[in-house]
Write a protein that binds this ligand. Structure first.
Ligand code: HEC
Length: 114
C-alpha cells in the first residue's frame, strides 16, 4: 500500500515537472539567439592626399565618420586630435603617418583660410 502512494506521488511529481518544462522546450524551438540588422553608416571622406592612411589608420577603433562630424577645425587642433588618438587611446600610428594625416585633415576639414 505504501509503495502505491509513493508511486502515485512520483507520477504526479513527474507530470508537474513535465508541465514546467514545456515553456523551456518552446524557448529552444524559437531559439535563444536573436539577430538584429545594424544600419549601414556611410563613411566617405573627401578626396585628397593621405585619405588612404586616414581610412585605414583612423578606422581601427571607430568609424572615420568621427572626422566629418566635427566642425571645421584649425590645423593645430587637428594635429592635437591625431596625437590624442595616439597618446591617450594608443592608436598605432607612426610620426610620419601622423604628419600625413594631420595635413590631410587640415586641408580637407580645416578651418584655416589658405
Ligand atoms: C586606438 C583607438 C583609436 C584610433 C586608432 C583612433 N581613435 Fe579617434 N577616438 C578613440 C576614442 C576612444 C575616442 C573617444 C571615445 C568615443 O567617442 O568613441 C575617439 C574619438 C575621436 C573623435 C571625436 C572627438 C574626440 O576627441 O573625442 C575624433 C574626431 C577622432 N577620434 C578622430 C580620429 C582620427 C583622425 C584618427 C586617426 C589619426 C583616430 N581618431 C584614430 C580611439 C581611437
Amino acid at each position: 500500500m505504501k509503495k502505491n502512494i509513493v508511486f502515485a506521488m512520483l507520477v504526479s511529481a513527474g507530470v508537474l515537472l513535465l508541465q514546467y518544462q514545456v515553456p523551456i522546450v518552446q524557448a529552444e524551438e524559437t531559439g535563444p539567439v536573436h539577430s538584429i540588422t545594424l544600419p549601414t553608416i556611410p563613411a566617405e571622406l573627401k578626396e585628397g592626399p593621405g585619405k588612404d592612411k586616414v581610412m585605414t589608420l583612423c578606422a581601427i577603433c571607430h568609424s572615420p565618420d568621427y572626422i566629418p562630424m566635427q566642425p571645421p577645425l584649425p590645423a593645430k587642433t587637428w594635429d592635437h586630435e591625431v596625437h590624442k588618438m595616439i597618446k591617450t587611446f594608443g592608436a598605432p600610428i607612426s610620426d610620419e603617418d601622423a604628419k600625413i594625416i594631420s595635413s590631410y585633415l587640415a586641408a580637407q576639414y580645416g578651418a584655416d583660410k589658405k
